[in-house]
Design a protein around this ligand. Structure first.
Ligand SMILES: Nc1ncnc2c1ncn2[C@@H]1O[C@H](COP(=O)(O)OP(=O)(O)OP(=O)(O)O)[C@@H](O)[C@H]1O
Ligand SMILES: [Mg+2]
Length: 354
């Protein structure tokens, strides 16, 4: 199935809301395509430690590593992109008290800054994607996306960052220390002194440095941002939307699909992950004879639970179909164990490609 979606594609972007299985699906798609003869690199974000281990990925480092797997006719490469860490978390952790924390979080400069930095991490992932695509060393690049609170942040990242680069804030940060800070207004100094005390990082100095160099790249940056946008919209790119069959995730998926369509992005299909399936009918009498009354009752009960879940999931998927139209949906059941190694990924293969 998914090999069909990805025919003649060079980039596959797995998007979706938090915790639905984006990282796992990206890795499984990459492995599956490598097993079908392609030279594939998967760019993952924050994989579970065990998965990272089984892909042979070190904790940090933006280097692609060859993943040795028996019986691949193609090649599998993997790299982790630095996990997205928002400033909010840092402040939340380290602020001495609630008042300070709220003061920092509600500071407009802080907000603009943290949004831009959060956006920049998402953006960096796409820049990396673009760079690898330019180099042309792989047949297919699979990009995992970060667990954004709002899945759309990801699509907006190039625009937001361009805006930020053009904004007054950036120019102020890039100004010599002191002058910029004064112009930014009262209260801003507090933000940075709290962060300095809490984290030991002289954020202001670092940021000044960062933005000064950033400011120098503005022209090239805007150009690259538009190239990244072109790559996202290119017919050689495929967006795969990952969702769970639960209501909340489905709502996100429908909205995300809508946004992709609106933006003219090449949508390939949906991976519905952890969809329960009902088995055939159970025969209570036969079960009782086989297992005894007590055990048979328990088996029947769990069978009944499973049937209900399957019913609920079926209704969810039907609703999804109704709302996104005739788009392919690939269903993956809940696997017995967490998917944390090559064997687990291989189990997903059967459903994704079957
Ligand atoms: N079909 C499945 N059956 C069983 N476990 C699964 C399945 N799909 C994913 N998992 C497990 O669910 C957990 C979350 O999956 P994953 O990390 O891929 O989600 P994610 O969408 O990338 O999350 P985040 O938004 O936090 O990045 C992992 O422990 C993974 O092994
Ligand atoms: Mg993930």
């Amino acid at each position: 199935m998914i090999d069909g979606w990805l025919e003649r594609k060079e980039v596959c972007i797995c998007a979706g809301s938090g915790g639905v299985g984006k990282t796992t699906t990206s890795a499984a798609i990459a492995l599956g395509m490598a097993a079908r003869g392609r030279k594939v690199a998967v760019l993952t974000i924050d994989p579970a430690k065990r998965l990272a281990n089984s892909l042979g990925l070190p904790e940090l480092g933006n280097e692609e590593r060859r993943v040795r797997v028996d019986g691949l006719s193609g090649e599998l490469w993997a790299m982790t992109l630095d996990p997205k860490r928002t400033f909010d978390e840092i402040v939340d952790w380290h602020a001495p008290d609630e008042r300070t924390r709220d003061a920092v979080l509600s500071n407009p400069i802080y907000q603009e800054l943290s949004n831009a930095v959060a956006g920049s991490q998402e953006y960096m992932a796409m820049e990396k994607l673009h760079e690898l695509h330019q180099e042309g060393r792989y047949d297919l690049l699979v990009l995992d996306t970060p667990p954004t609170r709002n899945a759309l942040d990801f699509l907006d990242a190039p625009r937001r960052l361009t805006e930020f680069v053009d904004s007054r804030t950036l120019q102020l940060f890039a100004a010599p220390a002191g002058i910029g800070l004064k112009l930014l207004g009262r209260g801003t100094g507090v933000v940075f002194s709290v962060m300095k005390r809490a984290t030991g990082i002289d954020l202001l100095a670092d940021l000044g440095e960062f933005f000064r160099s950033f400011g120098g790249m503005t022209e090239g940056f805007r150009e690259r941002a538009s190239l990244v946008n072109e790559l996202l919209a290119d017919s050689r790119t495929a967006f795969v939307l990952v969702t769970s069959p639960r209501r909340h995730a489905l709502e996100d998926a429908v909205w995300f699909h809508h946004r992709l369509m609106e933006a003219g992005m090449p949508f390939a299909g949906v991976v519905a992950n952890r969809v329960h399936r009902a088995g055939g009918a159970a025969d209570p009498a036969a079960l009782a004879e086989l297992l005894g009354d007590e055990l048979a009752a328990r088996v029947l009960q769990s069978y009944e639970d499973e049937r209900r879940l399957a019913e609920r999931d079926r209704a969810g998927i039907t609703e999804l179909r109704r709302r996104i139209g005739r788009k392919p949906i690939s269903e993956v059941p809940p696997l017995h164990d967490d998917v944390h190694d090559i064997d687990g990924l291989r189990q997903m293969d059967e459903y994704l490609f079957g």
